[in-house]
Design a protein around this ligand. Sequence first.
Ligand SMILES: [Zn+2]
Length: 107
Amino acid sequence: MALLNQGQPYHGSTNIAGGKLKGSTNFSPLSDYFYFLCPNCDGKEIMRILDYEVRSHQAENVYNQFYARKALNGFVLAFHLFCEKCQCEDFVKITNTVWQQGNIEDT
Ligand SMILES: [Zn+2]
């Protein structure tokens, strides 16, 4: 697989930081697919995922020591997002190695 962003540095912008990027499963009652929604467009405009990268993978999850239920591993996935409607382009990461619970507004 090619490097995300052609190997150039990347990080999510202030356009998505601070709770501005939201997502949802779609409205089909049987679908479990998750979509990122454009922070610029009105409504719930789906952003395309142009690329992704496994930023890190650890055999042990550092948070397992604090919880009864154990994660099988630790990971960070990065995604390159793009909105066809407004041309907004950004990056976001999903991980199980930082905040593990609680109200997201308190993080
Ligand atoms: Zn948009």
